[in-house]
Ligand binder design. Structure first.
Ligand code: UCC
Ligand code: FAD
Length: 584
């Protein structure tokens, strides 16, 4: 008689129950909304079939192969080697093999190229961004260099593809992995990431051949293993003087290269940042000590010139935000079919399903907002956009970036909880999703800075961007007499309230709108998403869930700026009260 043979817990025996893990399935096939959106919008024909079958094949590859590389990027983060064994300064950023595989894959799959080949006309951006949406949560943040690469290509295209940036353009947009380059975007300095006009200390010293050498310190440079960069600096005149503020900033193109001794030309990598998330990406502090560069904007027009890059990277950010939400929902709903609590599967607990459904509603909104911006971008680039479309793109780019960035943190955080304690366990890969979501509202412009950008673009266009917004948010007449009626009523009402707010706010004291900026941006996002959800639910092939999602979305406060106004939140008396409260 051996006592141990009857005991389920002894020595190496740790019990017989092991929880089944959540399984990542093909993210394209698993995404009814993405597939529905594409079926609804893409014109029928050969291209459409190619488009959809490519996405399906890519989705399979992401689930089976790429997701593992993404995890490898996370557990094998980049490191900086300052010196070689003999003491020579080399500043090598050592990245994982998986990170390098991501670069090759990105070129081969055309993750930047598709946007420039334009084989699908005005739908090329939707195609490219659909691929990135599928890729993003498995990409080990390789989407970060891709966003900047796309942004750099866009800037080059906008100024004209000629020397000295023609070779760069062809490399940024190639599908040949051995030729493919990525780009950095070096804007932030120690004094300012939002306020680059004040914060930029980097100077550009002109050389006799017409080129420049840059001297300065870039405080945040992501994906610093890039082959080139676009960066801002102030041109020095003969006396060494520079022009302060935004009007003193010019845009420069620089290649990141090494001399015969293997040293970076004109760059010292000071250190890599120790970050909450995005650990897969090398983010460095760089001393620019005579970096050879070419000025590619007119003198003093650096910010408007790099704005094209900001537009692209902000759209990528929105897509990644929606994708993070989609991924956590996909994993959570799979897990709910495998995990039992209180005698039944999680999927059979109505309260748990309500929680996941709320996450799904947010994901619906984020997806439709982000894709609509991609649609507008594609239209603009293929010359079919109206002036109103162009205005709408300008307005919605910051609105959608700031709104989806915040949604992603909330939804991914809720998503982690749906795995219980396992959501907090590092090697499930789930905590990384939350860490990486947190950056989405910080880089490429914080929530407040983008809210103020919205106000500035309204002012600069004399309200034309808002006119475009109010013109575009048209509600389907049939929807008003269907089950969607409550949603239509809510959006209609919120839209009228918003219109009244805008008219009234224009008459208020300076600073009033600044205080309302964030709530205004949220209102613009929620109302627009409501209209998109209703519109999608009106599609003849829409599902009952599409209708349900629209109804649920429109139950929230769609116009918080009016709700808060009514509570006096923007009155001149509030700033001192806010300050007093904060510093009490
Ligand atoms: O964070 C960074 C990279 C991270 C990695 C990328 C990952 C991407 C996603 C990946 C997904 C996983 S790079 C750093 C990003 N930095 C920012 O976003 C800066 C945030 N600050 C702003 O956006 C500010 O609003 C500034 C810097 C643009 C403000 O500049 P100024 O010069 O002080 O302000 P102004 O006066 O508003 O703008 C000057 C000119 C104006 O044109 P003109 O002179 O013709 O009137 C503006 O209309 O620039 C024009 N402009 C724009 N045009 C300014 N912003 C824009 C815009 N967004 N679009 C078009
Ligand atoms: P600040 O401007 O100091 O902002 C601090 C706070 O003040 C924020 O909450 C902001 O919203 C608020 N605030 C600022 N101005 C106002 C205002 N007028 N009204 C109300 N509120 C305001 N930058 C690059 O150039 N290239 C990169 O590759 C890059 N990579 C990055 C990678 C990571 C992981 C991170 C975290 C950052 C990266 N950045 C990069 C920098 C990033 O773009 C900036 O950190 C960001 O734009 C904010 O700038 P800041 O850090 O100077 O914050």
């Amino acid at each position: 008689w051996e006592a141990s043979s009857f005991l389920p817990f002894s020595r190496a025996r740790i019990g017989s129950f092991f929880q089944e893990t959540p399984v990542l399935k093909n993210p394209f096939l698993e995404d009814a909304l993405l597939r529905g959106y594409l079926r609804r919008h893409l014109p029928q024909g050969v291209s459409r079939e190619h488009f959809l079958s490519d996405l399906c094949a890519f989705g399979e590859r992401v689930a089976i192969e790429v997701d593992k590389w993404g995890r490898e990027c996370e557990v094998n983060p980049p490191r900086l080697v300052h010196f070689d064994p003999w003491g020579r300064r080399v500043d090598h950023i050592v990245t994982s093999p998986a990170w390098k595989r991501m670069k090759d894959l990105s070129a081969q799959e055309g993750l930047v190229a598709i946007g420039y080949e334009r084989s699908f006309g005005e739908w090329s951006r939707v195609y490219q961004m659909s691929k990135l949406y599928i890729f993003s949560p498995s990409a080990g943040l390789y989407t970060c260099p891709l966003a900047m690469t796309d942004g750099a290509a866009k800037v080059i295209q906008s100024i004209g593809v000629s020397w000295p940036v023609d070779e760069a353009f062809s490399r940024l947009t190639t599908r040949q992995s051995e030729r493919f380059w990525t780009s950095g975007q070096w804007m932030t300095e120690r004094q300012g990431g939002s306020d680059v006009a004040t914060g930029t200390e980097t100077v550009a010293v002109s050389q006799t051949d017409g080129s420049y050498k840059l001297h300065g310190f870039k405080w945040f440079t992501s994906a610093t293993d890039a082959d080139m960069t676009l960066t801002l600096a102030r041109v020095q005149d003969r006396t060494g003087a520079t022009t302060p503020g935004s009007r003193g900033l010019s845009l420069f193109y620089a290649e990141v290269s090494r001399d015969e001794d293997g040293r970076l030309k004109g760059i010292e990598v000071q250190r890599l940042k120790d970050k909450l998330g995005t650990r897969q990406v090398p983010t460095a502090e760089l001393l620019l000590d005579g970096l050879p560069a070419h000025r590619i904007s007119e003198e003093g027009r650096g910010v408007p010139c790099i704005a094209n890059m900001l537009t692209i990277t902000r759209i990528h950010n929105s897509i990644s935000a929606a994708a993070a939400m989609r991924r956590v929902v996909q994993l959570a709903r799979d897990y709910a079919t495998r995990r039992t609590a209180f005698g039944k599967l999680l999927r059979d607990h109505p309260l748990h399903m309500q929680t996941l459904a709320r996450m799904e509603v947010e994901t619906h909104g984020a997806f439709l907002l982000s894709m609509d911006v991609c649609r507008l971008l594609g239209q603009e680039e293929s010359g079919v956009a109206t002036q109103l479309d162009t205005h709408l793109l300008r307005l919605l780019t910051p609105v959608v970036k700031l709104y989806t960035g915040k949604q992603a943190v909330a939804v991914v955080s809720e998503g982690l909880e749906s795995f219980g304690g396992q959501g907090y366990i590092e090697d499930t890969g789930l905590p990384g999703l939350l860490r990486d979501a947190q950056v989405l509202s910080i880089w490429e412009g914080t929530t407040n800075v983008l809210s103020l950008d919205v106000l500035r673009c309204v002012a600069r266009t004399s309200g034309m961007v808002l006119h475009a917004y109010f013109t575009h948010v048209k509600l389907n007449k049939n929807a008003a007499v269907s089950t969607l009626a409550p949603a239509v009523k809510a959006v209609d009402g919120a839209l009228s309230q918003l219109q009244m707010f805008v008219q009234e706010a224009a008459t208020r004291e300076p600073g009033y709108l600044d205080l309302a900026a964030r709530d205004l941006a949220y209102s613009l996002a929620r109302i627009y998403a409501g209209a998109l959800l209703i519109d999608h639910a009106c599609w003849k092939e829409a599902s009952a869930s599409d209708t349900y999602a629209a109804l649920r979305w429109c139950e929230q406060d769609l116009c918080p700026v009016v709700t808060k106004q009514a509570r006096g939140c923007y009155d001149p008396s509030t700033p001192p009260l806010d300050s007093a409260l904060v510093y009490d």
